[in-house]
Design a protein around this ligand. Structure first.
Ligand SMILES: [Cu+2]
Length: 352
């Protein structure tokens, strides 16, 4: 019974709304339909102007509210170039945005339909088509060219004196490997990966691996004003090395080594002073959704002087020393390394 009453009530409400609509229609006929139309036009035109002003205020308010989220100055040369590219893009598109929006809302207000004005039908103009196709095309081409130049700077061949550091993503942290005193990273083989004793699958038959240092806490130490080249990889799924303070990011793909290089120009200590934040740290974020622990893939970049870096590195034990206590480097067993099964037995020997 109550269901029927509800349906009847809904029907009744619809009938009332319909009747109100009809009544206002009759009223407009009695008052003169044209008059009502122009009055409505005026109201809408003013509402559009108000909407435009509210929109401008909204942009300003958002910018003001979120300005604390703005990044500090870029901490490397390529980052500074990236920021200037972003600024140029923002100014170019910003001018076009404000100009077109202002014209759009102003025309709707200024040229509203009135008793004396009839609409002008404007079908087509080749000149206009050419103008508003060519100018944006040229502007976009220039912006894209600047972008390609910046991208090439980051991904091009690194200077010969660059320190090479390996950054490998895994669910869910960054493994960072430094070449030891020999300044060369040893070979690695994914078949040798073992979470307990060989997180990166270092090939112990390669002497270059003996002094390699691995940070499992995701601490990337780099020297100020010295180029550093990152060799980036992944142990499982696609991750992404995001270095927001250096305005850089690149995917970490399993089976492929991606690289990018940069020259940090501001030490962590200087950046603490610049930002006025004594707890400031440069961050490594994972910029690719990689699983349920994605949020926790936070590493840090420590930009320091050469002396500080040398001291830090000399304080580190090599991964080999940490995981193969008392073990001697594996004998020359290059031939047996060709198969994964045999390679494991080599590792077992070296662990004894
Ligand atoms: Cu991730």
């Amino acid at each position: 019974m109550s269901g029927l009453i509800t349906i009847l009530l809904i029907v009744l409400v619809f009938i009332i709304i319909y009747q109100i609509g009809k009544a206002s229609e009759y009223a407009s006929v009695m008052r003169g339909e044209e008059k009502v139309k122009f009055k409505t036009n005026r109201v809408i035109a003013w509402l559009l102007v108000i909407m435009f002003l509210l929109g401008l205020y909204g942009i300003w308010a958002c910018n003001n509210y979120f300005k604390n989220l703005m990044l500090p100055v870029a901490a490397c040369d390529t980052g500074v170039n990236y920021d200037s590219m972003f600024f140029v893009t923002l100014v170019t598109t910003g001018i076009v945005f404000f100009a077109t929006q202002a014209v759009l809302f102003w025309f709707a207000f200024r040229y509203q339909s009135t008793e004396t004005r009839t609409s002008y039908y404007f079908a087509h103009s080749n000149k206009l088509e050419l103008l508003w196709t060519t100018i944006p095309a040229i502007a976009m081409a220039i912006l894209v060219a600047i972008g390609l130049k910046n991208w090439a700077a980051v991904t091009s061949v690194a200077p010969a004196d660059a320190t090479v550091v390996e950054v490998v993503g895994k669910q869910f942290n960054w493994l960072i490997r430094y070449p030891g005193k020999d300044n060369e990273l040893g070979k690695r083989d994914f078949r040798k990966i073992n979470d307990a004793t060989n997180v990166l699958g270092l090939d112990w038959s390669d002497p270059h691996n003996m002094d390699d240092v691995i940070s499992q806490s995701g601490e990337l130490h780099v020297v100020v004003n010295k180029p550093v080249k990152l060799l980036i990889g992944s142990r499982d799924v696609i991750h992404d090395v995001g270095l927001v303070h250096f305005r850089m990011k690149i995917d970490a793909v399993p089976g492929i080594t991606t690289t990018m290089w940069f020259k940090p120009t501001i030490t962590t200590d200087s950046m603490k002073r610049i930002t006025g934040n004594p707890n400031f740290v440069y961050e490594i974020s994972c910029d690719q959704m990689c699983g349920k622990g994605h949020y926790s893939m936070r590493g840090t970049v420590i930009v320091e002087t050469q002396a500080e870096y040398d001291k830090w590195l000399s304080d580190q034990k090599s991964y080999y020393a940490l995981n193969m206590p008392g073990g001697a480097p594996a004998p020359a067993a290059n031939d047996s390394l060709k198969s994964g099964a045999k390679a494991d037995s080599v590792k077992a020997v070296s662990m004894k």
